[in-house]
Design a protein around this ligand. Structure first.
Ligand SMILES: [Zn+2]
Length: 399
């Protein structure tokens, strides 16, 4: 192993692979002195603590290395069309505080983001922590995200958000890096975090007002060439022929199977529903029309997913989003068409699961996004580099 840095060593400690200096040396092949330099730097930065193991027998027990999850915080903002959810997490992803905000559908960034920032500030205050403790901020939004510009990209759904940089809104709260991701990809990251050792190839479906998919291949979340991979809601579907879609086109899967289409259909049948969550509540109360609508949405999604399953051969399909509380109905429909239309090989032993963190999947994944950024070996090395470069700078000497 060449060029093993302190950041790599932290990764080994976080993963639980290395629990002592001796184990770091064994896993990396580094000399004792080289291990000491890296571990000491991590201890000095409060990212790793060394504790005395309970002694067994004679001799000096080896000190145990532990990741200091309380050394900093990440903030997560999962922004949807009608609701935004927020969490403050420690560096192990444990939620210290959570809040949410209902908003009018389709508001622009100038309305939504300042409110998001003030909610996060209030949340920090509530958990008794300081903005200076924040090391990273994750933000998820519906639609395609331009990862370089940190903006929404060609989104017919998020009107007014296209090309508007999101990070500057958070600058008044913290100077920490802001990472932007698509909402379904954020759920995929939460699942990757939960199942990484079990599933390396997965399709994650978000069934909410809109429909989206996240693709994990070989353990890596796939964004595609333009960041637009997984836009399953606007795949053309035979059963939606000529039905207008909110993207401006017609014939999309969403036009018959998206939450907004279910709201449209149930309203036409005399039900009082404003949001797909109302449709789900009705279905769970036993309303036959709502139950049929969700099952039929599942059938349409399954028919389109069958092609994706045949192409990608995933080990698991995970279903999340606002329709997930009606998982049994939705997935009963989905299985009917999926197993009918996918090839036998790809559908064999294919698991279908509900999103691990339910309604919290969005914030969970958005926190994972921020944690991946701030705890990546490179980011850690950069932080340590700064500390080492200016250990007694005049500005800090008196602090
Ligand atoms: Zn469409």
């Amino acid at each position: 192993m060449t060029a093993v840095t302190a950041g790599d060593v932290l990764q080994l400690v976080r993963d639980g692979e290395a629990r002592s200096r001796a184990e770091v040396a064994r896993l990396t092949g580094l000399s004792r002195t080289a291990v000491a330099a890296r571990v000491d730097a991590l201890v000095e930065a409060h990212l790793v603590a060394e504790t005395e193991s309970p002694g067994i027998g004679v001799g000096r027990p080896p000190k145990r290395l532990e990741f200091e999850a309380g050394a900093g915080l990440v903030l997560a903002a999962a922004i949807g069309r009608s609701r935004a959810q927020f969490t403050v997490c420690d560096l192990a992803g444990r939620v210290l505080g959570a809040d949410e905000l209902e908003q009018e559908v389709g508001q622009g960034p100038a309305d939504v983001l300042p409110r998001a920032v003030s909610r996060l500030r209030a949340l920090l205050l509530k958990v008794g922590r300081d903005p200076a403790d924040v090391l990273g901020i994750g933000v998820s939004i519906p639609g395609t995200v331009d990862p370089v510009a940190g903006t929404s990209l060609n989104s017919a759904i998020m009107r007014g958000w296209d090309g508007v940089p999101i990070a500057p809104y958070f600058a008044e709260l913290s100077s920490a890096p802001v990472v932007i991701e698509n909402d379904t990809n954020a759920i995929a990251l939460a699942e990757l975090d939960a199942h990484f050792t079990r599933y390396q190839d997965a399709l994650i479906v978000k069934a909410s007002t809109g429909l989206g998919a996240g693709i994990v291949a070989g353990g890596v979340l796939q964004h595609g060439a333009r960041g637009a991979a997984g836009d399953i809601g606007h795949v053309k579907y035979r059963g939606a022929h000529n039905v207008p879609c909110r993207c401006g086109d017609s014939g999309c899967l969403e036009a018959v199977a998206g939450g907004w289409a279910l709201v449209r259909d149930l309203t036409a049948q005399g039900r009082e529903v404003a949001h797909v969550r109302d449709v789900v509540s009705l279905a769970l109360e036993g309303d036959v029309v709502a139950r049929r609508a969700i099952r039929s949405s599942g059938q349409a999604i399954g028919a389109v997913l069958a092609a994706a399953v045949t192409l990608l051969d995933p080990a698991v399909i995970v279903v999340g989003g606002d329709m997930a509380p009606a998982y049994d109905l939705l997935v009963a429909g989905l299985r009917e068409t999926l197993y009918r239309d996918a090839t036998t090989v790809a559908a064999r032993d294919l698991d279908v699961l509900a999103a691990t963190h339910g309604a919290d999947s969005g914030t969970r994944g958005t926190a994972v996004l921020a944690l991946r950024r701030v705890l990546s070996p490179r980011a850690v090395d950069d932080r340590l580099g700064l500390n080492i470069a200016h250990p007694r700078s005049p500005l800090r000497a008196g602090a």
